[in-house]
Design a protein around this ligand. Structure first.
Ligand code: ATP
Length: 621
């Protein structure tokens, strides 16, 4: 699954490595094993219930015989009352035992379901950024919650329905065999044929259609999530109808596949009904043909019919239950896949915590490529960032600047070489400790749909309100927060949509200020701000960067003039490096060219000082 993605619908083809049923069962068993007493109690209760229920047809037949004898004065009324009492007693005991084990089961089921969903969430949270880039959030959320309910359905089917049903069938086969071996033999064979046919139809006829229908269901979820998440884009292009059409394709595919799955279910049910009729007919025939005495015939017929009535509902449902179990197994498959997918970026065993130091960052011969890219973006990249250095990364879009910053945080594992911070290999320390030592203000800050105070304090959950406000003031976020009706308690909407881009960025900056980490990554941190706010925040950022190592990614070159060193990236290579003044003087240099381009666009930008020869070359150009 690590390689699989939700993105293209074709990747959801039903035959894509379906997890074997036994793997799903082993997965479920792992959860039951964790609560041994409750599970053992459940098994004990079920067995007791089966033993009691097997007595019902015999007691029913006894009662009919006693009543018939009573009519002929061949038995006393007390005999009839006693037999009726036994029958009622057994019914009552079955009821009580079931009550007890089902209540126990509810504790067990709710406990396991909570654990399942928590484990799924825990795992997915720790999957790499690459995994998350390749999987729709909506689909993943559906896989986890659907898996939780699929467990509920599978466990109920196996333990409450199928287990007792199979126990009863074995019990009745033995009981009938003891009465009349021919009856027992026929019952055993007929039930086996019924079970084999039901299971075969379930697995080979109904289940494949269910798998396709589930995949279509996941695709519908993904398509919904994709369009709804990007609703702003949809609106801005007025493309609602285009999106409707696109969604219609997904929902139509779901409709066709689901209908086929349901019809196949009906077909299987019809075959089962015919087989059940044959079972009853055969049993009655054997009883009536093989018994001589009228009383025996009455007793035998009542016994057979009572048995049939007890097992009928179990048998009738067995096909449905097998199909249900099969469907639940298919639906749990996604959760099992999540559980068996190893985190793509893992802590090494017993990894120590990162020990923040002065903030020296080293890239030594680093090779890195995104999995879906034909060639590595970095080859033998070597960069040394001095403690406390303000390093600016510039270059065209797609040159690798953000990737560089992501590798510092170890959001991806590199293919070769070494990245270390303060002499500690980033791949050898825990990811959590490494990332808490790095504050990031991303290009497009994402906020939780929680209060502004919570969003700012996310970097330091224990922060007091005063500290939150102080950070917000420094980031010039306090002004706009203060104007809101609910101030710091305002909820920001999904991913922070209720705030403007600039406001989101200021909240993210306040968050980074509060984090107080020794290393700062500012990835276009002020790109959404107006010039005045940017100027104010630049001051705050300059203060923030003091005494810390900072990696500043900027397209607006005016924001990085003060950087100690500028690296110019081009297609994953560093083609120039130096301070602003050095680079701007370099004739024919890329940085100088970028500055000139921006100076051309932004009138306010000062004319760069250039060396005479560079001046000449520009004039001649
Ligand atoms: P920008 O200035 O536009 O942010 P950048 O210089 O930061 O660009 P990166 O985001 O580092 O560029 O991207 C470098 C290359 O890697 C680009 O070709 C981009 O398409 C590719 N890339 C980035 N992220 C991924 C990803 N998650 N999976 C695959 N390829 C990616």
């Amino acid at each position: 699954m690590s390689g699989a993605t939700d993105m293209p619908p074709a990747a959801n083809a039903a035959d894509e490595n379906p997890t074997a049923a036994r793997e799903v069962l082993a997965f479920v068993w792992g959860y039951w094993r964790a609560v041994p007493l409750r599970f053992a109690g459940m098994l004990l209760g079920t067995t007791l219930g089966v033993v009691l229920e097997v007595q019902i047809p015999r007691l029913s037949a006894d009662l009919v015989v006693v009543v018939e004898q009573l009519l002929r004065d061949a038995a006393a009324p007390a005999d009839a009352w006693r037999t009726a009492g036994w029958l009622l007693g057994v019914f009552g005991a079955v009821f009580l035992v079931k009550q007890l084990y089902l209540r126990n089961w509810m504790y067990l089921a709710s406990q396991v379901m909570q654990q399942l969903v928590a484990d799924g969430f825990r795992r997915v949270q720790r999957f790499s950024q690459e995994w998350h880039t390749n999987h729709f959030a909506g689909s993943t959320q559906r896989k986890i919650t659907r898996g939780m309910w699929a467990y509920d359905s599978l466990a109920d089917t196996l333990v409450i329905d199928l287990g007792p049903a199979l126990g009863l069938l074995v019990g009745f086969t033995i009981a009938m065999g003891l009465r009349d071996p021919a009856l027992g033999l026929y019952f055993g064979i007929a039930v086996s044929v019924f079970l084999a046919a039901s299971i075969a139809m379930s697995i080979h006829y109904v289940a494949p259609a269910n798998v396709l229908s589930n995949d279509a269901d996941t695709t519908v979820g993904g398509a919904l999530a994709d369009s709804i998440t990007c609703n702003t884009v949809v609106k801005s292009f007025g493309s609602e109808e285009r999106e409707d059409e696109r969604f219609h394709m997904a929902s139509q595919d779901w409709r066709l596949k689901s209908r086929r799955a349901w019809l196949r279910s009906m077909d299987a049910g019809a075959v089962q009904s015919v087989l059940l009729l044959c079972l009853l007919g055969g049993l009655l025939g054997i009883v009536l043909l093989r018994t001589e005495a009228a009383t025996d015939r009455v007793e035998g017929a009542v016994y057979v019919i009572a048995t049939y009535l007890v097992v009928h509902s179990y048998l009738r449902n067995i096909g449905w239950q097998v199909r249900n179990a099969q469907r639940a197994i298919n639906e749990l498959d996604d959760l099992v896949e999540i559980a068996r997918t190893e985190p793509q970026v893992e802590n090494v065993p017993a990894a120590p915590s990162f020990q923040p130091g002065p903030g020296a960052i080293d890239f030594d011969d680093v090779r890195f490529g995104y999995r879906n890219q034909p060639r590595p973006i970095f080859e033998k990249l070597c960069v040394h960032v001095r403690p406390g250095e303000k390093l600016a990364l510039v270059g065209e879009s797609g040159a690798g600047k953000s990737t560089f910053a992501k590798l510092v945080q170890r959001l991806y594992d590199i293919d070769a070489g070494r990245i270390s911070i303060d002499g500690q290999d980033v791949s050898q320390v825990t990811q959590e400790s490494l990332r808490t030592a790095i504050s990031v203000v991303p290009q497009e800050p994402i906020l939780f749909h929680r209060s502004l105070a919570e969003n700012i304090a996310y970097a330091r959950p224990g922060a007091s309100r005063d500290e939150v406000i102080r950070a917000a003031r420094q980031a010039h976020a306090h002004e706009f927060i203060d104007r809101l009706d609910h101030g710091y308690e305002t909820l920001v909407g999904e991913r922070g949509v209720k705030l403007s881009g600039g406001e989101r960025q200021r909240v993210a900056i306040a968050r980074a200020i509060l984090a107080d980490a020794p290393i700062l990554v500012l990835d276009e941190a002020t790109s959404s701000l107006d010039s005045l706010t940017e100027h104010l925040i630049q001051e705050a950022l300059t203060t923030l960067m003091r005494g810390r190592t900072a990696i500043v990614i900027a397209h607006r070159l005016s924001t990085i003039r003060q950087a100690d060193r500028i690296l110019v990236f081009d297609d994953g290579h560093i083609i120039e490096e130096g301070s602003h003044d050095e680079l701007v003087r370099r004739a024919g240099g890329r940085y100088r060219e970028l500055v000139q381009m921006q100076a051309f666009v932004v009138d306010a930008l000062e004319e760069p000082e250039v060396e005479p020869e560079a001046q000449d070359s520009r004039e001649s150009a």
